[in-house]
Design a protein around this ligand. Sequence first.
Ligand SMILES: Nc1ncnc2c1ncn2[C@@H]1O[C@H](COP(=O)(O)OP(=O)(O)OP(=O)(O)O)[C@@H](O)[C@H]1O
Ligand SMILES: [Mg+2]
Length: 309
Amino acid sequence: MSFNSKLALSLIVSLIAMTVVIVENYINDNLPEYFSLDLYGILIVNFVSISLILPFIIEFYLKFRKFSFKQKNSEIENLKANEKYRKEFIGNVSHELKTPIFNIQGYVLTLLDGGINDPEININYLERAEKNINRMITIVEDLDMISKIESGILNLNLETFDIIELVNEVFEMLHLKSQEKFIDFVLIKDKIILNVVADREKITQILVNLLTNSIRYGKQNGITKVRIRDINNKALIDVADNGIGIAKDDLPRIFERFYRVDKSRSQKSGGTGLGLSIVKHIIEAHQEKIFVDSELKIGTVFTFSLKKA
Ligand SMILES: Nc1ncnc2c1ncn2[C@@H]1O[C@H](COP(=O)(O)OP(=O)(O)OP(=O)(O)O)[C@@H](O)[C@H]1O
Ligand SMILES: [Mg+2]
């Protein structure tokens, strides 16, 4: 209750009390002579004051009721949204795990049915089963990472390191993968060394996902350019490809977990749609920002910031 309404309320209570006392004394004939002369005047003043204050009190009461009603409504809406989100999430997880589980089951059953003695398929099926197990492990690890970041369990291990050196390291790490599609990695920088303060391991994970995406959704003989800029107290890192691009309608959703623009295409290449969600979580844990810009068939640019050392 605000100070004004408290004041109005105590005023109205004292006016009512005063009126009651005067009327009571008047009935019992207890009032001094001079008082009874003005009694009608006092009663009228009290009455007018009450009538003036009362609308404010009523208005305040109605506003308060409306506010608490609205608050309750938004709480219910939040609960409903959380429930929907939870259901969708469980549905997505089981859907993603179903494919590798059924694949493994198929390979194992074929092996048990005699395939184990067939040198043409036994090793091949075991290798395929292993690939599916690895896929399941990746999904579970990604989910573990997301839930740890969301519940605040995962602490950042901040250190000072050279972001240019790290990008070169990740280029080397992904060299073979990029050459499968003859995609060239290029680094554009305006400094030789640019030290940042961040969790090196997690920034590595961000670069791996963005660069893997640039290969996965890039075109044969394409090019991926990483540009590092030194702007005020920030280092800005762009990862730009000339691949398939993302439609404007899909852009706002690509950071959602399990969101894939083209489910069939990215599933074939092993994507689960968790990578960018992890990237965004990590960036936000650093209190930094990530942006995306893209044009269909032209390419995509992701830009994120880091704090300079
Ligand atoms: N560079 C890109 N070019 C075009 N589309 C992209 C690019 N990066 C991401 N996308 C789209 O955004 C979706 C989400 O990307 P994200 O990295 O979260 O998942 P993923 O690569 O499919 O799987 P994961 O990273 O979990 O292995 C992708 O499925 C793809 O449709
Ligand atoms: Mg990815």
